[in-house]
Ligand binder design. Structure first.
Ligand SMILES: Nc1ncnc2c1ncn2[C@@H]1O[C@H](COP(=O)(O)OP(=O)(O)OP(=O)(O)O)[C@@H](O)[C@H]1O
Ligand SMILES: [Mg+2]
Length: 288
């Protein structure tokens, strides 16, 4: 078995000094975020006191029970929600809003219904000036349509697509600008099992090539282990970091059957228990 460790490793727990050869890209310090519930005139704390440093080229996976604040965390990185307390920085600067360095695959697709597949994927080029020629943009759009296997559906509208196809449009739209940071909110949730594996493998290859930093949310522990460098287990709401688990399995993981490694089942078992405990606490109505 020839396996190559292509990604940089990082410290397993925060707060921690970064090893000399890694560059912090996303730094969350004592981050607390929530929402005003206007109808009920109260506030809801979604995430509490999150301390996490994500280094350049790392693939971070967030897992945790529904409603624990995973989407809220990547919304804070993308600048769609503001910290209530603490801070969130990207490349040393406080996040003040969305920017071309970060692209998001939304949990609910967020496609423009009046635009075709091609036009949805092309949209980031209209919002950001990247200095690409028309030919380069056309080539990128074609390339990512092909990558997500939507060739032939370029002129279709979102209402003509299945859930999995819509999700693939959202993925292509996020990748088309080749952003430094990819924020992916359950990007493969609606995709059938075989295409999902193929896309996981493509994503691993893609980020190994581009060196992108990825923050990825999933409810699949298998997906978390096959993709992640570190898995952040978030507690029941208000979400706090329960544990950060290092995944020291060799890459590329899709070149061999990662599930056959003895470490795999140990990791799976460990994470499964952590998530299950939190889901049970939620079901019993305990506050995080
Ligand atoms: N725009 C909003 N306004 C008010 N409350 C919100 C809003 N968005 C999220 N919340 C609340 O914040 C909490 C965390 O939500 P979030 O979407 O971050 O959870 P999640 O971990 O992504 O869940 P899931 O796994 O179901 O997607 C939930 O209780 C949710 O009701
Ligand atoms: Mg979510």
């Amino acid at each position: 078995m020839t396996v190559v460790e292509t990604r940089r490793r990082s410290a397993s727990h925060d707060p921690s000094p970064a090893p000399a050869n890694v560059t912090p890209v996303i730094v969350s310090k004592n981050l607390t975020v929530g929402y005003k519930l206007h109808r009920e005139r109260k506030k809801l704390t979604a995430l509490r006191d999150i301390n996490l440093t994500i280094n350049r080229g790392e693939f971070i996976v967030l897992v945790g029970p529904s409603g624990c604040g995973k989407t809220t965390f990547i919304n804070a990185i993308s600048g769609l929600v503001e910290p209530w307390e603490g801070s969130i920085e990207v490349n040393g600067q406080p996040v003040v809003g969305p920017g071309p360095d970060r692209a998001m695959v939304f949990q609910d697709y967020a496609l423009m219904p009046w635009r075709t597949v091609e036009s949805n994927i092309r949209m980031p080029f209209e919002l950001q000036k990247l200095g690409l020629s028309k030919e380069e943009m056309d080539e990128r759009v074609r390339h990512y349509i092909d990558l997500v296997e939507l060739t032939g559906f370029e002129k279709s509208f979102p209402y003509e697509l299945s859930g999995g196809m819509k999700q693939r449009v959202g993925i292509a739209r996020a990748l088309v600008t080749e952003p430094d940071i990819l924020l992916a909110d359950e990007p493969f949730a609606a995709i059938d099992a075989m295409t999902r594996e193929a896309m996981q493998s493509e994503l691993e290859r893609f980020v190994a090539k581009t060196g992108q930093t990825v923050v990825f949310i999933t409810h699949s522990i298998d997906e978390a282990i096959t993709l992640g460098d570190r898995i952040v287990v978030v507690s029941h709401r208000p979400g706090q970091i329960k544990e950060v688990v290092d995944v020291d399995l060799p890459r590329p993981r899709f070149d061999y059957d990662v599930k056959l490694l003895p470490e795999y089942s140990k990791l799976r078992d460990h994470i499964w228990h952590l998530v299950k405990d939190e889901a049970l606490r939620g079901a019993h109505g305990e506050e995080g």
